[in-house]
Write a protein that binds this ligand. Structure first.
Ligand SMILES: Nc1ncnc2c1ncn2[C@@H]1O[C@H](COP(=O)(O)OP(=O)(O)OP(=O)(O)O)[C@@H](O)[C@H]1O
Ligand SMILES: [Mg+2]
Length: 451
C-alpha cells in the first residue's frame, strides 16, 4: 500500500506532539522512503537517531535513504558498521551487496547477498540475484559478464566439486601505501615474467615459483596480494589453507586440484594462499597420512607436474613462517620469502592519506599523524580512520551538518587505538634469534636492530 500525503501529514502532526517518539519517527521515515521522498526520509531518520543513536533499524534506514540518493560512501560507512556486529540484520548485508555491486565488486556483492539470504530467506531479491548471476538459471561456467569482470559467475553448483570465487580486484599498487621493497620484488619476480616472458627465456631464466610474505598481522599482505591481481588485471583467487584442510576428509585433495585447475582456467590469475603455515604445520605436527598426502599434492600442484602453471601468479602469506615445512622453500615453490614489516613513518603518512581519499577532510597534517602512530599496522591505521569518521558522523547526525575531518580528530582516534604489531615481534624475535637457519629471519633481526 502506498501511503498518502494525508498519512504523512498525520504522522508529522503526531510527532509535533511527541517529538521523541522513536517508533513514530521511524514509521514516518519509512513511509517517506517508500514514497521516494528520500531527502525528507533522511532528515526523519537523522531526527530519530538523535533520540536513539544506537537503534539498528534507524541506522539501516538512514543508510537506505543515503543509498537512494547515491550517497554511497555515507551509506557504506553505516552498513560496514552494522555488519561488523555479531548478528547483523539481513537488510544490512543486502544493502552492502547492492553497494558493492555499485562499486564494481560483483564477486564480493554476491558473497554478501548469499549471506543476507542465509540470515533471512525473506531477504531474497530476485532482481539483484539476477544481476549478480545467482540463481537456478545461472550457468556454472559462463563467459564474462557485461563489463568483462567475472569469468565465473557466483552461481551455486547443485553438486560436483567445490567451486572457488575468482575475483577481479579493482585496487592496484598505487592504492597500497609504502611496501616499496615488496612491490619491487613482486614486480621483478612475477609481474615481469608474465608480461615479458621472452626476456626471461633469453637469459635462460626459468619462470615460476611464488613469493611468500610473512610478518605481523594487518600490515597489508592480503591487501597487496589483491592489488597485485588488480595491477596486472588478472583474476584473484584467495584460499585460506584452513578452508582446504577443513574439507580434507574425503575430497579435499580433489578440491585442491580443482582449485589450481580453476585458476588455470582463469589465466592470468593470482592464486593467493593465506595462512599457508596451517598447511606446513600439519605435515610437521600431525602423523596423519591423509595430511601428508594433501601437502604432497599441494607441492605437486605448485610444481605444475600435471599441468602448466604458466600465467599463474602464486603468492602466499603467513604470520608464522617458522611453522612452514622446508619443502615449501625449494626452488620453483616459494623461493622468495619476504618480510613485510609494519609501515614506517613515511608509509604511515601515505596510508592515512590513501584512506582519507574521497572523504571530507581539511588540512590534515599527515606527518603529525604518522609520528603519533609508531608500531601501528595498516589495519590499526584503518581503525583510527574509521573511528574518526564515526565520531564525525555521530556529530553530523546530531547537528545535521557535515564537518570535514581534521588533524585533531585523527589524533584523538589514534590515542584510542592500541598498536597491534608488538606482540608478534615478541614471538618472532625468539625464532629469529634461536632458529634462524640460513639467515631466513635476518630481516626481523635488522628490524629489531638486533643485528
Ligand atoms: N600498505 C597499506 N596501504 C593501504 N592500506 C593498508 C596497507 N596495509 C594494510 N592496509 C589496510 O589494512 C587492512 C588489513 O590489511 P591486510 O588484511 O592486508 O593485512 P595482513 O598483513 O594480510 O594481515 P593478516 O596477517 O592478519 O592476514 C587492509 O584491508 C587495508 O585496508
Ligand atoms: Mg591477511
Amino acid at each position: 500500500m502506498i501511503p498518502s500525503d494525508d498519512t504523512i501529514n498525520a504522522l508529522r502532526e503526531a510527532l509535533r506532539v511527541s517529538p521523541t517518539n522513536v517508533p513514530l519517527n521511524e514509521h514516518l521515515a519509512l513511509m517517506l522512503l517508500k514514497l521516494g521522498r528520500f531527502d525528507e526520509s533522511e532528515a526523519a531518520y537523522r531526527e530519530a537517531l538523535a533520540v536513539a543513536p544506537r537503534h539498528v533499524g534507524l541506522k539501516l534506514g538512514l543508510a537506505q535513504a543515503f543509498y537512494q540518493q547515491q550517497k554511497n560512501s555515507a551509506a557504506l560507512v553505516i552498513v560496514e558498521d552494522l555488519i561488523k556486529q555479531s548478528d547483523p540484520p539481513a537488510g544490512a548485508c543486502l544493502l552492502h551487496a547492492k553497494l558493492l555491486l555499485r562499486a564494481g565488486e560483483p564477486q564480493r556483492a554476491a558473497h554478501q547477498y548469499r549471506e543476507a539470504v542465509a540470515i533471512d530467506p525473506e531477504a531474497a531479491d530476485a532482481e539483484l540475484a539476477r544481476e549478480l548471476g545467482i540463481g537456478p538459471a545461472a550457468r556454472p561456467f559462463s563467459e564474462e559478464d557485461d563489463e568483462g569482470r567475472l569469468r565465473q559467475p557466483a552461481g551455486e553448483l547443485p553438486a560436483g566439486p567445490e567451486e572457488f570465487d575468482v575475483e577481479r580486484p579493482t585496487i592496484a599498487f598505487d592504492q597500497v601505501g609504502g611496501m616499496d621493497a615488496v612491490k619491487e620484488e613482486i614486480r621483478m619476480k612475477i609481474i615481469l615474467p608474465l608480461e615479458q616472458p621472452e626476456l626471461f627465456q633469453a637469459y635462460g631464466k626459468k619462470i615460476g615459483g611464488g613469493i611468500l610474505m610473512y610478518g605481523p598481522p594487518g600490515c597489508g599482505k592480503t591487501f597487496l596480494a589483491r592489488a597485485t591481481a588488480g595491477q596486472v588485471k588478472a583474476g584473484f583467487l584467495a584460499v585460506g589453507i584452513s578452508d582446504v584442510l577443513d574439507m580434507w576428509i574425503g575430497s579435499s585433495e580433489r578440491n585442491l586440484h580443482e582449485l589450481f585447475e580453476q585458476a588455470r582456467r582463469n589465466k592470468p590469475c593470482v592464486l593467493f594462499f593465506d595462512e599457508v603455515d596451517a598447511l606446513g604445520a600439519s605435515r610437521a605436527d600431525m602423523r596423519h597420512t591423509a595430511g601428508r598426502h594433501l601437502i604432497n599434492q599441494f607441492l605437486a600442484e605448485l610444481d605444475g607436474v600435471d599441468a602448466s602453471n604458466e600465467g599463474l601468479l602464486i603468492l602466499a602469506a603467513t604470520n608464522a613462517p617458522w611453522h612452514l615445512d622446508n619443502a615449501f622453500r625449494r626452488p620453483g615453490r616459494f623461493d622468495r620469502i619476504l618480510f613485510v614489516p609494519p609501515p614506517d613513518r613515511e608509509a604511515r603518512s601515505a596510508i592515512v592519506r590513501l584512506m582519507l581519499a574521497g572523504k571530507p577532510a581539511d588540512g590534515v597534517d599527515f606527518e603529525a599523524i604518522a609520528k603519533k602512530t609508531e608500531h601501528f599496522s595498516g589495519a590499526d591505521l584503518k581503525a583510527v580512520v574509521d573511528m574518526a569518521v564515526e565520531a564525525k558522523l555521530r556529530d553530523a547526525m546530531k547537528s545535521g551538518k557535515l564537518e570535514p575531518l581534521r588533524t585533531k580528530d585523527l589524533a584523538a582516534a589514534a590515542g584510542q587505538v592500541k598498536p597491534s604489531t608488538r606482540e608478534w615481534f615478541a614471538t618472532a624475535r625468539n625464532y629469529a634469534l634461536y632458529s634462524n637457519q640460513g639467515g631466513v629471519y635476518d630481516d626481523i633481526l635488522k628490524h629489531l636492530k638486533l643485528s
